[in-house]
Design a protein around this ligand. Structure first.
Ligand code: NDP
Length: 525
């Protein structure tokens, strides 16, 4: 990774340190090249699900693996009345539910956890938070660097960003101040731009870290290394050799506790505007001249800009929408989406989508990109499939009398973290016949150091000031510009109900998906 170099300044330092952390040969005690800047991490919405399930476990794991600064503290902030001790107990319980807790080290971590009651729309609350931060940071030698993490419902993002601004907490006179924003980044282009304007009243773009935790997955980061640190793939990575690309993210889970949000969002807003578009950009982008946050994000932006405007007059020729009905998941009965708590009995929110997109540029002209995501499907599977073209002429045709399958490169993201190349060989024996075989690389193979989970990597990069794995606002605006007309057309269509195909939970989605992409279901096992 050192061959890539950085962009200079903070970005370069961040990159070098980030790269060192991922070095499998490094013992846990020297995970980082140098010390991280001391900082205070403020989590808004600290009484909620994201804090307990993702953020605190991520911080705890970083702490255990020497991935946090020597001097750090965490302040949880929310409306719920709680004291420091109660907050610590709640976090300890949450950690115990999700992983093994190191009893000996817990007190060391716990004493850095604090809680501050706060009304999101009250200036007094931010003044009190500022005072408490000042006091705690002085007492614990933490200095003036701050991370503000918004683990609150999206309708509060603008309120909190403005509140921080008015309280002087967004200023960088005495250290850096960074704002971490979770998806969703608006629910359409207009609301995304409005949110950006509200954030920009207090924070500058370099201070804003818009998380897409898919980007922080090891196997997703690896896409650029696979493509650009090897000479053998790139010559084939274009319309001359690639027949189509499939990017899929399927789940067996249903809507769980997120019905309130999901009813308004549906799968296109929930998965396509963010994760699916990011994966597409990594597969489709041109090599940047250097591996630096803005250069990589520039190339991604060019991909978004090259997306062929969706043919909305024939929207359902290129898009299949579905909603799960009753079925069975792993042998157990699963309810229909419309029977889930807080879901309307006549809901038209899609829980499955298969979309055919095109990237109109020299490299990808004419190559379909199939993006598929859905809930309550047969398997949890995130992967990118590069389907190569068939051989132009089969000299074995007369002997074999059989079709020769084309090569396929599969980049497994989750749960399989692997790379598989499928190709043809001769089947041993006197008769000439073919068999498809797979060459497999398991991503964890040969690695013994700690592996960073996506939230750990994202939080660490935020502390390092490295924007590589975060969204830039221009990318958000472009992806919404692409999706908005599709959403408008689907949501106002007279035949909306008829175009939403019900599929049994535990299947691979509606059969109509197979008409758009014959290789579906499940994009080959
Ligand atoms: P929660 O619904 O658990 O809300 C977090 C906290 O926000 C609550 O504990 C509550 O704290 C406060 N809150 C909730 N509703 C309101 C309201 N109407 N008005 C004021 N305060 C409210 O959210 P999550 O923790 O699940 O998610 C936080 C953010 O992260 C969301 O934007 C979500 O979209 C995003 N996200 C979540 C993921 C997850 O796995 N949970 C994954 C990816 C993104 P209190 O009442 O104490 O103030």
């Amino acid at each position: 990774m050192s061959d890539f170099g950085g962009q200079g300044g903070a970005g370069e330092a961040a990159l070098t340190r980030g790269a060192a952390l991922l070095n499998g040969d490094a013992p846990a005690s020297c995970l980082l090249d140098g010390p991280l800047d001391p900082c205070a991490i403020v989590i808004f919405g600290a009484s909620g699900d994201l804090t307990a399930r993702k953020l605190i476990p991520a911080l705890y794991n970083l702490f255990i693996n020497q991935g946090l600064p020597e001097a750090f503290l965490v302040v949880g902030a929310a409306r719920t009345a709680m004291g420091d001790e109660q907050f610590r107990d709640k976090m300890r319980e949450a950690l115990g539910r999700h992983q093994n807790l190191d009893e000996a080290r817990w007190p060391e971590f716990a004493r850095r956890l604090h809680y501050q009651e706060l009304d999101y729309d009250q200036d007094d609350s931010y003044a009190a938070l500022a005072q408490r931060l000042e006091y705690l940071c002085r007492e614990q030698g933490v200095g003036g660097n701050r991370v503000f993490n918004l683990a609150i419902p999206p309708q509060l993002y603008a309120t909190v960003a403005r509140g921080l601004g008015r309280a002087g907490l967004a200023g960088e006179e005495r250290g850096w101040a960074r704002l971490v924003v979770e998806k969703p980044f608006g629910h359409d282009l207009a609301s995304a731009e409005e949110l950006d304007r509200a954030i920009a009243e207090a924070f500058q773009e370099h201070q804003v870290f818009r998380i897409d935790h898919y980007l922080a997955k090891e196997t997703v980061q690896n896409v650029l290394l696979l493509r650009f640190a090897n000479a053998i793939f790139e010559p084939l990575w274009n319309r001359n050799y690639v027949d189509h690309v499939i990017i899929m993210a399927t789940e067996t889970l249903g809507v769980e506790h997120r019905a309130g949000y999901y009813e308004k969002a549906g799968v296109l807003r929930d998965m396509f505007q963010n994760h699916m578009m990011q994966l597409l950009s990594l597969i489709a982008m041109e090599p940047p001249s250097r591996y630096g946050a803005d250069r990589v994000r520039d190339e991604k932006t060019k991909v978004f800009r090259s997306l062929r405007p969706f043919p909305v007059d024939h929207v359902y020729d290129h898009l299949v929408l579905g909603q799960y009905g009753e079925g069975r998941i792993k042998g157990k009965p699963a309810p229909a989406y419309r029977a889930e708590p807080e879901v309307a009995g006549d809901s038209l929110s899609p829980t499955f989508a298969l979309m055919r997109a095109f990237v109109d540029n020299w490299r990808w002209q004419g190559v379909p990109f199939y993006l598929v995501s859905g809930k309550r499907l047969q398997a949890k599977r995130t992967r990118m499939v590069i389907q190569f073209k068939e051989v132009p002429h089969s000299l074995f045709r007369e002997t074999l009398g059989e079709h020769i399958s084309a090569n396929r490169l599969t980049l497994g993201v989750h749960p399989e973290e692997d790379i598989t190349l499928t190709f043809q060989t001769k089947n041993p024996g006197a008769r000439l016949c073919l068999r498809s075989v797979k060459m497999l690389f398991d991503y964890k193979q040969g690695h013994e150091g700690p592996l960073l989970d996506a939230y750990e990597k994202a939080l660490l990069d935020c502390m390092l000031g490295d924007h590589m794995l975060f969204w830039r606002q221009d990318g958000i605006a472009l992806t919404w510009s692409y999706l908005d007309p599709i959403l408008r057309r689907c949501e106002s269509c007279d035949q909306r109900a008829g175009r939403l195909h019900v599929y049994p939970a535990g299947s691979w989605g509606p059969p109509e998906a197979g008409r758009l992409l014959p290789a579906w279901p499940g994009a080959a096992q």
